[in-house]
Design a protein around this ligand. Structure first.
Ligand code: SF4
Length: 353
């Protein structure tokens, strides 16, 4: 259990520096430590879309660390299956941040990996994440169409190669996310909760929430994220599983949240709309990858909902289905949208047909 520092405003750079100063981050590791900053760049979309970490969080963290004499800093990330990390680096302005501060950007899709034991099974994890002396997790607090919310723990999935990410989905996400948390534990988490999309991981419906928070226990940070979004811990099972495997503690005591000046009239956190559950009413998902499922939900949203049953996911391989199958896994469906993952546009045109 630790302290969570929370700050309100809209200037990601200044807010990040203030949070790090409050937590005395400079005392956590020696000045010679290698520090890896892991933002959320799941798709190549600007932070205003509600999907990705604001570049000001990166610049604030780097300026703070360099100002305290840290030199061995890098930005690491691997986009989701089906998108390119380098495109995200450009679209989000991380390339400019890297250039300005002389910090390298590392695409984890191209990194070496090592297989390490976890409480669930051996897992393949990227070396740059494993080998950093201090891994700083920089997630966005937002909704997720399969796990309800995503924040500190799920953001670490970006430290896996694509084949391991696919396997996570085949295993239903919850247990592998928790097992990863027990093995790859960020020493610090700084959450961008400025305008996350409260329903969709890939953004598109940003909700201004104007705050950021920092903690050293990623399980506690996620428990606080749940509280803000009005979710019970039981609705996001990987958090409790991670606690059971010793990754941290969900308890939040009355003195554990330290607000750095909450402005008068700061709005309460809005609740997710429940839109995704309504759109997914006729979807039979079995081990679907995030990019695939998100493209389907996006297409359903644009088309106004499903008029037929829809199959999606790796669990449908080789199984007949008398409806629309989404993705190359559903090649035995009566009708199929091809692709791995297929685009939302392709699914939309199939839904309209
Ligand atoms: S088609 Fe299958 S393997 Fe490809 S992204 Fe979709 S669910 Fe994953």
């Amino acid at each position: 259990m630790g302290t969570i520092y929370e700050i309100f405003g809209s200037d990601a750079h200044a807010m990040t520096m203030a949070l790090m100063e409050a937590a005395h981050v400079e005392d956590m590791v020696p000045r010679t430590a290698s520090i890896a900053l892991k933002p959320n760049l799941v798709v190549a979309a600007p932070p205003e879309s509600g999907a990705t970490t604001h570049p000001g969080v990166l610049s604030g963290a780097i300026e703070y660390l360099q100002g305290h004499g840290f030199r061995n800093i890098s930005i690491i990330e691997g986009a989701w299956v089906g998108d390119r990390t380098d495109r995200g680096f450009r679209v989000c302005g991380y390339d400019r941040v890297g250039e300005q501060y002389g910090v390298p950007l590392c695409d984890l899709k191209k990194d070496r990996t090592r297989t390490v034991d976890t409480p669930l099974r051996p897992m393949e994890i990227c070396c740059r994440a494993l080998d950093a002396d201090l891994l700083i997790d920089l997630p966005v607090l937002k909704g997720h169409c399969q796990t309800r919310m995503t924040c500190a723990l799920k953001n670490c999935k970006g430290c896996l190669p694509d084949r391991e990410k696919r396997r996570f989905h085949a295993e239903g996400l919850m247990e592998p996310i928790a097992a990863l948390a027990a093995t790859l534990r960020p020493g610090l988490t700084i959450v961008d909760s400025l305008c996350g999309d409260l329903d969709f991981e890939e953004g598109g419906n940003p909700v201004p929430t104007g705050r950021m928070f920092l903690g050293t226990d990623p399980v506690q940070v996620d428990a606080y994220g749940c509280r803000l979004m009005g979710l019970k811990l039981s609705q996001v099972p990987y958090i409790g599983l991670a606690e059971g495997w010793g990754a941290g503690c969900t308890a939040i005591g009355p003195d554990d949240i330290v607000a750095l000046g909450r402005p008068d009239g700061a709005a309460d956190y809005p609740a997710p709309t429940g839109k995704v559950a309504a759109l997914a009413r006729r979807v039979k998902a079995d081990s679907a990858c995030s990019a695939c499922y998100a493209a389907l939900i996006r297409a359903l949203y644009l088309s106004g909902g499903a008029k037929t049953d829809i199959a999606i996911g790796q669990g449908w391989r080789g199984k007949p289905f008398d409806g629309l199958g989404v993705g190359s896994c559903c090649d035995c469906a009566a009708r199929q949208v091809k692709g791995c993952p297929p685009t939302a546009e392709a699914i939309l045109s199939a839904l309209r047909r």
